[in-house]
Every structure is written in structure tokens, then in C-alpha cells.
Design a binder for this molecule. Sequence first.
Ligand code: SF4
Length: 362
Amino acid sequence: MSTPQGPSDVIWDITYACPLRCVHCYSESGRRPARQLNRDEMLRAADAIVSLRPQAVEFAGGEPLLVRDLLEVAERISGAGVAVNLYTGGWTFDRRWAEEASQVFSRITVSVDGASAGVHDRIRGRAGSFERAMRTLAILDEVSGERGADPVEFGVDYAVVRSNLDELEEFCRVVAPRFPHLRFLTFAAAVPSGLASRKEFAEHELLDFGQLRTLVSREHVERLRSLAPRSVQLMTSNNMILMMHPDLVQRHGFPMLQVEPDGEVRAMPIYEGTVGNLLTEDAGTLWERVKERWSDPFVVEALSAVRSMEDWAEATRRIDYHFGTDEVRRRIDRRPLYTLDDRTRGRRHIASMAGPASGHQL
Ligand code: SF4
């Protein structure tokens, strides 16, 4: 990774509205104002992003499909020669939308966090979300099959936490083959950001560094690949790059820029703290400010001390509190504790949903 003149990837959380309530949500979407721009403002923000000449823009959130003018905004960017990719929880998706979206987006990624409804729905915080995600994948599969030589580049992103770690093999063996045109499958570890940075969540749900090593080990990846359909491109990621450890960033730079729904630009993608707004300042100037933050003494001190996942979560909380606005600090203070009771309730819920019913669903 060389130090880029500008970001190669821009992630735009285009809304903080979301029908789901995931326990690990980095952006706390659905629990805060959507902060969504109107159509004209989104188009202006899109132009500002294009001026940075990234290779790709990822539309995330929140749930991007809740944004009425999403396709027009994405087309504005793709029309300028920049690839646009979509992340969705798959709650709101229909056939007509799939056909239109697949003409605009280079890749469509559906988030699925388990091989069973019990595990996925508990993590995603809404009953029925697994079935909706499966239906979305089935629609994409059908549309892709009809396009013959020009298939839809669609796949699954599975955020790995301890609650769903033992369903990875089942996902490869049972769920992935349901969609013959599925193109990719990514098992990426959840990182301590947003709700996932809560102390108890990091202790009980985030993979420890040993589990992260196993997740990306060659033996493990080969095992998963042997279970998944051969046509699926399977990857795992420990997502350690997102920590932005000062030694690595100093040596290699960092390729991503994160934009909040209203055009505020984050200094570091998974951490709170912004450097200005795309609607009121030059995008190139903001990128320079972003790079300055990476070597801020507070950031360097907080991240240099990380030796474990718990350390990383603590560093996140410190950075968020230090660089966040008063509104951010109030939101952090209001976060519900992730308790052992939550986990126990989750296990009971999973147990009650296991067996023939979930087997039939799959
Ligand atoms: S679907 Fe995404 S944005 Fe919505 S609550 Fe879950 S993690 Fe957050």
C-alpha cells in the first residue's frame, strides 16, 4: 500500500436511518437522527467526492436503500468514472429495485451475520431479518442468472463475532449453495467501533487476537473454501488495518476516507471526530486535514499502547470522547451496557430457534 495522493476508497454512510438494530453497529444507525441531505445537497457532496478521484465509493449507512434519490446520486458518481458499491442489510429489497441497482452499482453486498435465523436475528436485532436477507440474495441470484454473460457482482459480508463464529462452516456448506450465482463471501471480524467498542461487548463478543489469527490462517481459509461452492470467491479478514496503528499509517498511509450522511468528513473511519464538511470546504483541503490527524499526539499515544482487543476498544473510546462533539459524547454516555444477561438471553433465544424449524428455513 503506497501513500495515496487522495483516498482510493470513499465510504459514504449516506443515512443513519436503518430498520435493523445490530448489536455491533459501528454507526449506531436507527438510534440517532438520520442526518440525511436533500437531493441537491447529496449531488453536491457526490461531486466533491468525485473531485478526490477515488477508485470506488462505497454506499453504506444506515440502510442506503432508505434514501429515495440513492440511484441518482450513485449514477452521478459512476458517470464520472468512479465505481460505486452498495452495502445493504437486505430488509427492503424488491425485484424492480434489484434490476435498477444492478445497472448502477459495480458490487452489491448483503450483510448476513449467521447461518441460522436465530443467530443472525439476535445479532441484527430484528426478528425476520435473516429471512429478508435470504430473500434479497435470492432476488439478486435470479436477476444475475437472467443476465447470462453479464452477471451481477453480488455477495455476502459476514461480520464475525464470538456468537456466530461457529456458524462459518455451516454458512459455506448450507447457505452459500442456495444461491448458484453468488460471487463472493467475506468473513470479516467485527472491530471495536461505535456500539462494538463498549467494554463488555469487546470482552465477550469481539474475537481476541488469537482468534483473529486463526480466522485468517491459511488452514482455516482453505477449510472454508473446501466447503463453499467453487464458484464463490471466499476471503477472511481480521480488519486490523482499520485500527490505523501509527507505525503502519506512517509507513504506508491509509487508503480510505469516511463521509457521514450530512457531508461531514471523518478524520479516521472507525473513530469519531470530523475535520469539516464537503458542502462548505474544498475536498482536497479536508483530505490534508485528515492526514494531519493520523499523527496527532493523542491518537499516536492511544493506539501505540494497543496489545489486545480490549486495549483497542479502550483506545477507541478514548479517541471518540476526545475528538467527538458534545453531541457525540452525550450519545456515548447513553449507550446501553452490553451485559452477560444479554448474552444469556441470546443463547436461550438461539436454542429456542434451533432444530427442525431453522433447518427447514435453510
Ligand atoms: S444494518 Fe448496518 S447500519 Fe443498520 S443497525 Fe445493522 S450494522 Fe447498523
